[in-house]
Design a protein around this ligand. Structure first.
Ligand code: LCV
Ligand code: LCV
Length: 264
C-alpha cells in the first residue's frame, strides 16, 4: 500500500479503512489532506476491496473542522474557487462516483465542509456524542450550488435552513431523525456496528452494487436548473465574495473574535 502523509490505510479482509492523520489541523479539509484521501481512494479501487470506511482516529474530539479557512478564496475573487475545481468539490464528486460503497464512521464534531463530505458518502454511522454544524453564515461564505443541493436533497429544506441560518451544531440524535445518519450508536459500539455493515456489503454482488449506486447518483442529480438562473446565482455569489462581510468573517475567525456583519 502506498505511503500517505495525511491518512493511514488499513485493510480488514475486503474492507478498506482510510483513517485521517491530520490532527494538527483538526483534520481541516486542506488541499494536501484531500489529495491524500483522493490518492488512497484511487489506490483502493481494486476488485479485492468491496467497501471503504472514512474515519478519524479513535477517540477524536473533532472528526473534521471543515474547510481549511486559511485556504478559502480571498475576497474580490470569482466564486470559482469554492466551486468545480475546489478540492472539496473534487472529493465529494469522487466519492459520489466511486464504484464501491463509502461509509463515514464518525467520532467527534463535524464542521462546515466536513458536513457536506459525510453527506456525499453512501452510509453515515456516528457516535451518539457527535455534533454536526453547517457554518457558512459564521464566515459570510456564499456556499455553492452543488453543495447546497447535496445538503437539501438528503436532509429536507426546512431543517437545513435552520441548520444553516443558525449555524448551530445539531446532535447525532437530531441528525439521525432528519435522515443525515443511518445509525447513531454509543462510542464503544461504533467500530463493531460499522464493520458489521461493511462486511455484509462485502458478501454482496459488487457489480450490482456499483451500477445501482451510479443509478442513484444520476437520478438524485437529475435536477433542471436553467442556465440563466445558474448565471444569476453565480453573480449573487460573486457579490457576496466581494462584500465587506466576507472579509470580516475570515478576519474575525483568525482574530478569534465574534464577527460584526453589516450586510454590505
Ligand atoms: C483553519 C482551523 C480550522 C479550520 N480552518 O481548537 O461550510 S463553510 O461554508 O463554513 C466552509 C467554508 C467551512 O467548512 O468553513 C470551516 C468551518 N469550520 C468551523 O467553523 C470550525 C472552526 N473551528 C472551531 O470551531 C474549533 O477549532 C473546533 C471546535 C473545531 C476545535 O476547537 P479547539 O478549541 O479544540 P482551536 O479552535 O484552538 O483550533 C486549533 C487551531 O486550529 C485552527 C484554529 O484557528 C487554531 O489555530 P491556532 O492554533 O493557530 O490558533 N483551526 C480550527 N479549525 N476549519 N484552521
Ligand atoms: C423463484 C422461489 C422464489 C422466487 N423465485 O420457502 O429485487 S431483486 O433485484 O432481487 C429481484 C430480481 C427479485 O425480486 O428477486 C427475488 C428476490 N426474492 C428473494 O430473495 C426471496 C427468496 N425466497 C426466500 O428467501 C424464501 O423462499 C422465503 C423466505 C420467501 C420463503 O422461505 P420458505 O422456507 O418458506 P422456500 O425457500 O423453501 O421456497 C419454496 C420454494 O419456492 C422457491 C424456492 O426456491 C423453493 O423452491 P423448491 O421447493 O424447489 O426448493 N422460491 C422462493 N422464492 N423469488 N422461486
Amino acid at each position: 500500500m502506498n505511503h500517505y502523509e495525511f491518512v493511514k490505510v488499513e485493510l480488514k479482509d475486503r474492507v478498506a479503512i482510510i483513517e485521517f492523520n491530520y490532527i494538527k489541523k483538526l483534520n481541516a479539509l486542506s488541499e494536501c489532506f484531500i489529495q491524500d484521501i483522493l490518492k488512497a481512494l484511487a489506490d483502493l479501487n481494486v476488485p479485492e476491496v468491496r467497501c471503504v470506511i472514512l474515519r478519524a482516529p479513535k477517540g477524536s474530539k473533532v472528526f473534521s473542522s471543515g474547510h481549511d479557512i486559511s485556504e478559502l478564496p480571498k475576497a474580490k475573487r470569482d466564486p470559482l474557487p469554492l466551486s468545480y475545481q475546489d478540492p472539496l468539490r473534487i472529493l465529494t464528486r469522487t466519492i459520489q462516483r466511486y464504484p464501491k460503497p463509502v461509509i463515514s464512521m464518525i467520532e467527534g464534531s463535524v464542521w462546515g465542509g466536513a458536513f457536506e463530505l459525510i453527506m456525499s458518502t453512501d452510509i453515515v454511522i456516528s457516535s451518539d456524542k457527535s455534533t454536526f454544524a453547517m457554518t457558512p453564515v459564521n464566515l459570510g461564505v456564499p456556499y455553492n450550488v452543488v453543495g447546497i443541493h447535496n445538503l437539501i436533497r438528503d436532509a429536507g429544506l426546512h431543517v437545513m435552513k435552520e441548520v444553516i441560518f443558525t449555524a448551530t451544531p445539531i446532535t447525532a440524535e437530531q441528525a439521525l431523525k432528519i435522515g443525515i445518519l443511518n445509525h447513531s450508536v454509543p462510542d464503544d459500539e461504533l467500530e463493531a456496528k460499522t464493520l458489521a455493515i461493511a462486511r455484509l456489503i462485502c458478501e454482496k454482488a459488487p457489480l450490482a452494487i456499483e451500477v445501482i449506486k451510479e443509478e442513484m447518483r444520476v437520478l438524485c442529480e437529475a435536477n433542471a436548473i436553467n442556465p440563466d438562473e445558474f448565471e444569476r446565482i453565480q453573480g449573487l455569489r460573486r457579490y457576496v465574495y466581494d462584500s465587506l462581510d466576507y472579509s470580516e468573517g475570515l478576519t474575525a475567525f483568525f482574530e478569534k473574535r465574534k464577527p460584526n456583519f453589516i450586510g454590505k
